[in-house]
Design a protein around this ligand. Sequence first.
Ligand SMILES: NC(=O)c1ccc[n+]([C@@H]2O[C@H](COP(=O)([O-])OP(=O)(O)OC[C@H]3O[C@@H](n4cnc5c(N)ncnc54)[C@H](OP(=O)(O)O)[C@@H]3O)[C@@H](O)[C@H]2O)c1
Length: 364
Amino acid sequence: MSRKALGVLVHGAGWVSAQHIAAWTHHPGTQVVAISSRSLDSARKRAAEFDLQDVGLYDNLQQALQHPGIDVVSICTPQHVHCANVLAAAQAGKHLVIEKPAGISMDQLRTMQQAVDDSGVKTIVSFVLRWNPLFRMLKKMIQDGAIGRPYYVETDYISNNGSWWSGWEDARTVEQGISALLVGGCHAIDALRWFATTGEVEAAKPVEVYALSGGYRKGSTREYNPLSNSWAEGASPMEYDGLEVLLVKFDNGVIGKVSVNADCIMPYRFPIRIFGDQGSVMDNRIWSHQFPGQTDWVELPTISPDSSDVSHHPFQGEIDHFVECIQTGVESHCNLQDAIQTHEVVFAAQECYRTGRPVTLPLD
Ligand SMILES: NC(=O)c1ccc[n+]([C@@H]2O[C@H](COP(=O)([O-])OP(=O)(O)OC[C@H]3O[C@@H](n4cnc5c(N)ncnc54)[C@H](OP(=O)(O)O)[C@@H]3O)[C@@H](O)[C@H]2O)c1
């Protein structure tokens, strides 16, 4: 069998990697040629699960990068090792899919961007909800003028992250996870940026942030599991505040409100509210000047972003888009440079907690 056009190394063989492997395998022009992880056993298990018989298996990224035929690396490790992974892969000239959060400090993100610029590789950061069917419908409707010009947007990432998630031990600490907003809430910031502009493939530029943090769960060893609706004692505690609420101003004048709530006692939800000068959106319901006889909200029959399960996330759409970017030499709207603006809001919130004052972007 002849080899497909693009060879892929998947690095970090945990929960999300299965979705990357599935998407790369399903794409007719790409092929997973190697898997690497901290332990060889994890890499081997993932390969077996997908019946990938001729793939290279590694427990060392530098060695894996030497495997023949690698054009792209999917970085599926925990956030605190993304920077080192990106530097190694970019220097080896590989295109990059980088899981969110892309890095854990602005310094890291700038260093990563420099390495990407120096090597000229293409990047995409996994703000995968941009390919969620409801996101796609809403973006198209906003572009077509269904609600006029947006002036106010609200998005929330409401997810009691805890030990039900395999990545929790890495994400729950201040040193490696940083904040609830960085770990999961960055999806909601990205959505806020995505819906705060009318451009087809454009995310708005944040220029000012004011943030408050609180909640009750930080430091607690009593943990709620939203999947089983049960409680357990003796959990390793989350080291940062579970609740962060931010006001964000964009350069086009749109005001946003975004929150992360990891203290919630409820199943995962991702609410969306978009207010325009000629209509409004409440999740999958729309009120529009284009429906003049409307007596009730029109419900959009589509898939909402209402599950934290990675198998529900539209990784295929993200990967298909990135392959097209590589093949046509076009930058993704969701590349590292764009994602840095989403991360900057997270770090602006941290600065706001320190100073108690609104923070102007870009950060110094
Ligand atoms: N875009 C999304 O919606 C989405 C959804 C879920 C997760 N994520 C992100 O994806 C990343 C991974 O999350 P996950 O849920 O897959 O976590 P996970 O299940 O813990 O998987 C992480 C994997 O990385 C490996 N690893 C850890 N440290 C490593 C190191 N120093 N070098 C090489 N491999 C290392 C682990 O290896 P071993 O098994 O070999 O020990 C583990 O298999 C995180 O950044 C997370 O935020 C994104």
